[in-house]
Design a protein around this ligand. Structure first.
Ligand code: DC
Length: 223
């Protein structure tokens, strides 16, 4: 059976960066599943869909072919064959991704894709429902969390590094709004799996988080 590692948690908990680094150190694939929801969100934006209208989102989803490719371990996210890796990082796409991710048909399509990618491949998957839904039998399940303020600050720093300046209050409000939507949706709301190892990253550096995860993986697997 493939070595599958689930990394779940709320926005800005450091999942993506930690998962990417963990995968790199273990020499295995890293799949950012949020990027796939973002691609559907972008498709909905481009179609001018009403985000609160399920039928419209289902229609967008049915014609959105979301795929990923890997170049030297770096994920490229494709929407109908077009590389949208950059566009999906905009604040508009972030918000849209959170809205389309409440729709059952979108979740079903993403679930199928993600399982197909992880099957037979050693991989770290980061997202919201990996441990509870996508890979309930993953060998390791981590749930990373941190206070909303710290997560908003991190998101701001991340965007600033990309040349985008955002206002703290706005980012914090967005983080809280997405937390609420992600954790109260009907299907697979955000929560740690019962057998997940919860790591509060508020006072930890990325290096410390990755070291903690590596220690756990190596200890159990004697890698
Ligand atoms: O991790 P992220 O911010 O790139 O994710 C974008 C949105 O996608 C997020 O608001 C929730 C949703 N998502 C999800 O519902 N399930 C996943 N496995 C990953 C992301």
């Amino acid at each position: 059976m493939a070595l599958n590692i689930a990394v779940d948690g709320p926005v800005g908990a450091g999942k993506s960066t930690a998962a990417r680094e963990l995968a790199r150190r273990l020499g295995i694939l890293h799949l950012d599943t949020g990027a796939m929801y973002r691609a559907v969100g972008l498709a909905a934006l481009e179609a001018g869909a009403d985000m609160s209208d399920r039928t419209q989102i289902e229609r967008v989803n049915a014609s959105a072919d979301v795929d990923v490719t890997f170049e030297n371990g770096t994920q490229r996210t494709l929407l109908n064959g077009r590389d949208v890796s950059k566009e999906i990082r905009s604040p508009e796409a972030s918000s849209a991704s959170s809205m389309v991710s409440v729709v059952g048909a979108v979740r079903a399509a993403m679930l199928e894709r993600q399982r197909a990618i992880a099957e037979g491949t050693d991989a770290v998957l980061d997202g919201r429902d990996i441990g509870i839904r996508v890979l309930p039998r993953a060998r390791f399940k981590f749930y990373l969390t941190a206070s909303a303020e710290i997560r908003a600050r991190r998101r701001m720093d991340e965007m600033r590094a990309k040349g985008v300046d955002l206002e703290f209050e706005r980012v914090l409000a967005d983080v809280k709004e997405r937390d609420l939507r992600d954790s109260t949706r009907d299907i697979d709301p955000l929560r740690p799996a019962e057998d997940a190892i919860v790591i509060d990253t508020s006072d930890m550096t990325l290096e410390e988080v990755v070291e903690r995860m590596l220690e756990i993986v190596r200890h159990k697997d004697r890698l």
